[in-house]
Design a protein around this ligand. Structure first.
Ligand SMILES: Nc1ncnc2c1ncn2[C@@H]1O[C@H](COP(=O)(O)OP(=O)(O)OP(=O)(O)O)[C@@H](O)[C@H]1O
Ligand SMILES: [Mg+2]
Length: 238
């Protein structure tokens, strides 16, 4: 069996003396979309920050079987961990194209950047149409999709999105989720999705973990979790 893309064991992290994650374990297999669900303050954002190297962590984070815990954030990005932080993270005064090019900052070769841009413009023609527009003039949903496209410029091994639906209207959220689903189906992109919108999330994900007070409380196939009364009560409002 091949190693999972991401295998996390005994992950501990926090902020100074505040301990937030108390030894969490999970994995994302090749070609999977996995959700991390949980209430406000459960530790979802902290988990993604610990994985991408924004904050210090203890434990093991194996990417394609190799532990990256000792690497800094930019080295982890180079290994293929892409992190779209909570909030949109686009540079509003920069154009769409400048934002995309920033995503490819570690490609030195101008032609490689050009061909990556052309490739993603082919996939997202609406981005090409808006390439010269400041990112701040895009709608919230478009900015979120730009953030996804920017993260894809370097062909990550795993795409981690932190509450991409925050502040978006339901219809826009649906098209954003359709984009994630398409990237997964057509390109086999492994995705770790942090969301509070459990209903929609469990429709597009293969498996999910529920995090509570910095610990994994529950995990399983998305279809199983949808039928779990605990999940229904806590996250699906039924
Ligand atoms: N920079 C920080 N300094 C100190 N404590 C923090 C910091 N960021 C988060 N925390 C604390 O860590 C805990 C987990 O926060 P985290 O942001 O990971 O939660 P979350 O699950 O992403 O919640 P939400 O759904 O509201 O985004 C919370 O108690 C929070 O107050
Ligand atoms: Mg959060």
């Amino acid at each position: 069996m091949t190693a999972p893309i991401l295998r996390v064991r005994e992950l501990h992290a926090g902020y100074g003396s505040i301990r937030v994650l108390h030894g969490i374990d999970f994995e994302v297999e090749d070609g999977e979309i996995v959700a991390l669900l949980g209430a406000n303050g459960a530790g979802k954002t902290t988990t993604l920050r610990a994985l991408s190297g924004m904050i210090a962590a203890k434990g093991s984070i194996a990417l394609d079987g190799k532990d990256v815990i000792a690497l800094d954030a930019s080295e982890r990005t180079q290994r293929g961990i892409a992190h779209i932080p909570q909030g949109r993270g686009t540079f509003v005064d920069f154009t769409v194209e400048e934002n995309l090019a920033l995503g490819a900052y570690r490609m030195r070769d101008k032609r490689a950047i050009r061909s990556a841009l052309d490739y993603w413009y082919g996939i997202f023609p609406w981005l090409a149409e808006r390439r010269a527009q400041p990112a701040g003039s895009l709608s919230g949903g478009e900015q979120q999709m730009l953030a996804v496209a920017r993260a894809l410029m370097v062909e990550p091994r795993i795409l981690m999105c932190d509450e991409p639906s925050l502040g978006l209207a339901p219809a826009i959220t649906q098209s954003l989720f359709a984009l994630l689903e398409r990237l997964n189906k057509e390109r086999g992109m492994a995705i770790l999705l942090v969301e509070q919108n459990a209903r929609l999330t469990l429709k597009i994900t293969h498996r999910a973990y529920v995090i509570e007070s910095g610990e994994i409380r529950l995990s399983g196939a998305a279809a199983e979790l949808r039928d779990n009364p605990l999940i229904q009560r806590a996250y699906l409002g039924t």
